[in-house]
Design a protein around this ligand. Structure first.
Ligand code: PEP
Ligand code: MG
Length: 633
């Protein structure tokens, strides 16, 4: 059928570099439609019904493609509509459908999972094909897969309420999802890499991550930085244009992605072949015991690590973190596609506590929602565990059933996590953080639950430990109430990522509005100051744990506003420590005080650039200063 002869000429995409470094490798496209597919075991008696459901969906998808094909013929002519023949052929392919049915039958699993297993295998096989045209055909498989999954969802909708309960309990028994295979030197390419997919990646082979959507504080970016993998986001249509197996170069320093690099380009980037970009990063390592961090005028600053995945654990010691300032426990759910039991969670929190050492770990309750989507959220909204894309679940997930709101609805899940934390606290130094607090009542309710569970555990004869409780400060309402809130918690965790998002009404994961995400906006700086002051007056600690803390110029301003406790991706610690060793907290205070008087983000950014380069030209060289972001300029 090939009518296409494509010369693979070098092409360049420009995006936002969110994790430094350079990588040379081959494209591995992530199958977008399979992002939310989970495995649900079936009873023997349900298998026949599942196969019927699958066959109905196949018929439904065929009818859809036929009608699309007819429309395409009318609009584009038969010449171009041939592409749909390939899709139809797939849906008529006995072998393919037979394979899917076999997986349903043999493994006794839902049709969605079986489709994923079989089509993933197929896509992998295509990726290895030498012929460019044939290799490109794997997008057809993706297309058909997506259509099939949607068809399954439509057919299943009617049964939704009936089956919901059972599927919820099935989910809880799920086995871990298999790791995504990746070939050596993979450059992961996705429309948007959600944390659930990131958690499934086998990072040993990943050289870079590039996505069409995303921003500096999106969780893809956070993970990429945490893993020391170069990443460029906001490429708009790279996913559509790239094919698995294509040669590519990612230069995150300049925000560039090059597809089909020419021989000259390759030569220019030769030193980065074989994954040396990562090696360069890990050479910044510091000693074993966490060193004390002091400013030049002798003010002690605590630098702690943010941790998401087990792969980051070793970085805590390696980069000299004073314990774990934020453990994003929701990644535990992303990795397993199931709900870990109380015992499993307890073991994980103990481990996190052990890794953190004497300085302890702040374990945050599941912060599901926002860009950390999970099928559990859809279940809560009465939707089937049917592979529906989570984005179809809520119109506005950042303002939806996220974090503590979800926990207070699904108190079964919340209570299990709290019990696990209470038990872990008996053997490890951990504290608990409540995410997305917007009203003090949420804190009181959660604390009451903690005490109820503690009493229950004691009655059961189980040991529990002291557990300090802190609140995430990331919604503007609690900045305004910081004074009152400080009386009800043991510490604050200041999440600047969400604070900027909610304060400035700017989606943290949308590159179209990246210019409006202004960390130095005077309203943001005042909110931070207000929170730090409230903490100080109440004599409780305030740990700043958003991405702001890991950026030296921003960290400088944080110190100036009064922050003494910062948490960041472990690999950022050495450079922030180095900056701190060269500056005076008193100078930072004076400069920060000036920024608080600015009227616009532009003014504050200009002021910071001017003052930092004047006072510390050797520390804040031009490349280390935040680039100007003027909206509309
Ligand atoms: C934040 O919002 O700043 C934060 C630290 O939490 P997360 O990025 O996980 O939302
Ligand atoms: Mg947050």
């Amino acid at each position: 059928v090939s009518k296409r002869e494509r010369k693979d000429e070098e092409r360049t995409w420009r995006g936002l570099g969110v994790s430094e470094g350079v990588a040379v490798g081959r494209v591995l496209r992530l199958h977008a439609s399979a992002r939310y597919i989970f495995r649900a075991p079936l009873d023997e008696t349900e298998v026949a019904n599942e196969i019927r459901r699958l066959r109905t969906a196949v018929r439904f998808a065929r009818r859809q493609i036929l009608s699309i094909k007819r429309r395409a013929e009318r609009k584009l002519g038969a010449d171009h509509a041939y592409i749909f023949d390939a899709h139809l052929l797939m849906l008529e392919d006995r072998r393919l459908l037979g394979d899917i049915e076999t997986v349903v039958r043999d493994e006794r699993v839902n049709a969605e999972w079986a489709i994923k297993v079989v089509t993933d295998r197929l896509i992998e096989a295509y990726a290895a094909i030498k012929d460019d045209y044939l290799r490109a055909r794997h997008t057809d498989i993706e297309d058909v897969t997506r259509r099939l999954l949607v068809a399954l969802g439509d057919a299943a909708e009617k049964e939704a309420s009936k089956k919901r309960r059972r599927e919820v309990s099935n989910l809880e028994e799920n086995r871990a999802a298999p790791r995504l295979h990746s070939m050596p030197d993979s450059i992961i390419v996705a429309e948007e890499l959600l944390p659930s997919a990131a958690a499934e990646l086998d990072f040993t082979n990943v050289r870079a991550i590039v996505t069409d959507i995303g921003g500096w504080t999106s969780h893809t970016a956070i993970i990429a930085r945490a893993m020391g993998v170069p990443s460029v986001v906001g490429l708009r249509d790279f996913y559509r244009q790239a094919r698995t197996g294509d040669a590519a170069i990612v230069d995150a320093r300049k925000g560039l992605v090059l597809l089909h690099p020419s021989a000259e380009t390759r030569a220019r980037y030769a030193e980065f072949a074989n994954g040396s970009a990562r090696a360069a990063r890990t050479s910044e390592v510091s000693d074993e015991t966490p060193p004390q961090t002091l400013t030049r005028d002798g003010v002690e600053i605590f630098l702690r690590a943010n941790v998401e995945l087990p792969a980051e654990f070793e970085g805590v010691r390696r980069f000299g973190a004073r314990g774990i300032g934020l453990y994003r426990s929701e990644f535990l759910l992303m990795q397993a596609a199931n709900l870990p039991s109380e015992d499993e969670q307890c073991a994980t929190y103990e481990k996190v506590g052990r890794i953190a050492g004497a300085d302890g770990a702040k374990v945050r309750l599941f912060d599901l929602g926002g860009d950390k989507l999970h099928p559990l959220l859809n279940q809560e909204r009465g939707m089937l565990l049917d592979g529906s894309f989570a984005e179809s679940g809520e119109r506005n997930p950042a303002l939806g059933l996220r974090a503590i709101r979800f926990g207070l609805k699904r108190t079964d899940i919340l209570r299990t996590q709290i019990r696990a934390a209470l038990r872990a606290a008996a053997n490890a130094k951990i504290e608990l953080v409540l995410p997305m607090i917007s009203d003090i009542a949420e804190v009181r309710r959660t604390r009451a639950i903690i005490e109820e569970e503690r009493a229950k555990l004691t009655r059961e004869g189980r040991a529990t430990g002291a557990l300090k409780v802190g609140a995430m400060i990331e919604v503007p309402s609690v900045v305004m109430l910081a004074e009152q809130l400080a009386r009800e918690v043991d510490f604050f965790s200041l999440g600047t990522n969400d604070l900027v998002q909610y304060l400035l009404a700017v989606d943290r994961g949308n590159d179209d509005v990246a210019d409006w995400f202004r960390t130095l906006h005077p309203a943001v700086l005042r909110s931070i100051k207000q929170t730090l002051d409230a903490g100080e007056r109440a004599a409780i600690a305030v740990n700043v744990c958003g991405e702001m803390a890991g950026t030296p110029a921003y960290a400088f301003i944080l110190i100036g506003l009064g922050a003494r406790d910062l948490s960041m991706t472990a690999s950022s610690i050495p450079r922030v420590r180095q900056m701190l060793a060269h500056i005076e907290a008193e100078t930072a205070r004076r400069i920060a005080a000036e920024t608080l008087q600015c009227a616009t983000a532009d003014e504050a950014e200009t002021l910071v650039r001017e003052r930092l380069s004047a006072h510390y030209p050797n520390v804040f060289t031009p490349d280390k200063l935040p680039a100007p972001k003027t909206v509309g300029a």
